[in-house]
Design a binder for this molecule. Sequence first.
Ligand code: C2E
Ligand code: MG
Ligand code: MG
Length: 722
Amino acid sequence: MNIEKQKVLIVDDIDSNILLLKKALKNLDVEIVEANSGKVALQLVENFKFDLILLDIQMPEMDGFEVFEALQENENTQSIKVIFVTAAFTDEISRIKGYQYGAVDYIQKPIDNLTLLARVSVFLKLTAHEEQLIYKNQILKEEIEERRKTENALRESERQLNLAAIIFNEGAEAALITDHQCKIINVNASFTKITGYSLDDVIGKYPSILKSDRHDNEFYQAMWYSIITTGKWHGEIWNRRKDGSVYPEWETITKVTDKTGKVVNFIATFIDISQHIQQQDRIHYLAHFDSLTSLPNRPFFLEQIKKEIARSKRNQRAVAVLLLDLDRFKRINDTFGHPIGDELLVQYASRLLACMRKEDTIARLSGDELIILVADLDNDKEKAVQQVVTIADKIFQALSTSFQVEGYDLLVSVSIGVSLSYNGIGNADTLIKQADTAMYKAKDEGGNTFRFFEVEMEDAAVHRMKIEYELRSAISKNELFVYFQPQIDVSTNKIIGAESLLRWTSATLGFVSPADFIPVAEETGLIFEIGNWVLETVCKQIKVFESEGQFETLQCIAVNISARQFNESNFLKIVSGFIEKTGIDPKHLELELTESTLVTDVQALINKLHALKNMGIRISIDDFGTGYSSLAYLQKFPINVLKIDQSFIRGLSTDFGDETIVKTIIAMAKTFKLHVIAEGVETIDQLNYLKQEGCDAYQGYLCSPAIEVDAFKSILKNECPC
Ligand code: C2E
Ligand code: MG
Ligand code: MG
């Protein structure tokens, strides 16, 4: 506490007044300071602490009231006690004003020395007393605060110990307590269960006996830094059990201190999170790997390819993407069932893995579409291409022997599209798209081969995409029409039938040939909708022809059926549905199938063809001679008509080989008692040759291209106009 002398400030503009006051107070043990104006007084109170001010009221410049107001405005001076001393304001009003201002007293001159001394000493005692009270109060407050804090620290360690006790007794969490030196003093039952260590095993030892080699020193340093500075650490840590196995745990370590802040214990609680981590691994696995083949999936492959492209930029190397699609894999699924198809894929994937390098990535994009990333190839284009050719050869070699799947001997071939990136130029999506385009090119060329991507392919691919996009709405936009190409009896020159051919005039692409859009429709599955539309339209037209009596001369109208459409399980239902719905005579309908349609599960095919035959529908084999042309199926299958492919007709006058083929097909048809029609007849010489060889009928530009129905009807009235 302050033990300086108390200070009294006397403020008066008249020196003799100050002297009088000083004299009156001379017996007081105080320090007296003088000020001869209000301004000086205010400066003094700024710098020194006064216990009492004797303030004259009437002063020039600043009177006592104004000085008092200034003292009140300053929070450091507003509590100083002030006694007004005046000769001039003796009236009662001024006195009251003085008190109202807050003065502690009001003394009139002439001053009675004893009264002044008594009053001043009373107020000084009062001030001293007040200060002492404030001081004591402050001390008390500090003590209370200190006690509160200590109690709160105490409570926290009590809480921790209580918690530890609960955990120790009944917790599923493992718990371990050490002393302040980190030596283990207790562990609970869960600790023993998880780690395999009993209390006897660990007592007096350091928790580092659990340490695995999964973390470096920095990890432990950071952990201890957190415990020491914040009192706590929690996180995932890998520890070692007594049996040596390493496992992950989620751990909390708490520092316990006494009321002075000294460390008394460390408490660690943890749970075994191996199962949780296994689940996380499983989720990671599912997100990045294909569950059937265990190969990486598309997202993983994309990550990989991005990394390799970036690396090839740094290393000045090339990267190749090989996109592999099994030829006619769908047929295997359709014929033998999906489980066998799946098993085949698994074996196929493992054969590929075996023939590629460890550092190559093989991923499954979808279905039977696998993709291979080969990095670190030579940056020289020719050398890189040669390297890829060697890899492709290896793949073909690996697939040259059949797969044994549940007793079946399955031989598959693959189409491979290759794209290359040099010096990190290009991006993952483009490379995959280019490989895809090249793969389709390989397929177009018969499959079982590989093609490198070339820019021109891209144009074709873009056109194909446009076709696919526009074709989706072609039916609803009424852009499709069916035309009819007359079929003529060679000996009578009469029109005996017609082949219906689909025509598409797209609002955006213009006329698109069926040779271009039918394959797209087949690949995308749009063929089901389109094919059904054609079938229904033709059945309706047959009904009209029937009502017009056209079948007095016509035998039937043929419709092209694509392989996918025919192989659909509900195909028979669809055909019979249209026949029923339109009410046509089924013998007026002929279905044209290509040879490739017939290469499937033989027994199912025979059943389907017989069912069609039993309905009374005719079956013809389109483009005969370009596919398998197996004599066996001519014998086995209930077929009515063979259509000689136009490529042989075209070569009749120039190619002796074609003449032989045409002659043979006609002879074969006769043997099997099949009707035979030649396609694409354009010249009279071709027709004469066919007549001479005994061909039954023909169609071609010599008579008419495919024309719309009214035009067809008008030439029906006449014989073939040629
Ligand atoms: P395709 O069934 O072999 O049809 C014969 C093709 O030869 C038709 O071509 C026809 O216009 C053409 N052609 C006819 N006479 C001559 C000729 O004297 N000279 C030449 N150079 N060509 C001639 P188009 O209409 O372009 O059809 C091509 C292929 O598209 C068809 O071959 C058929 O496989 C398919 N297609 C057409 N319409 C349909 C359909 O409705 N459904 C299905 N699934 N395929 C269809
Ligand atoms: Mg046809
Ligand atoms: Mg044909």
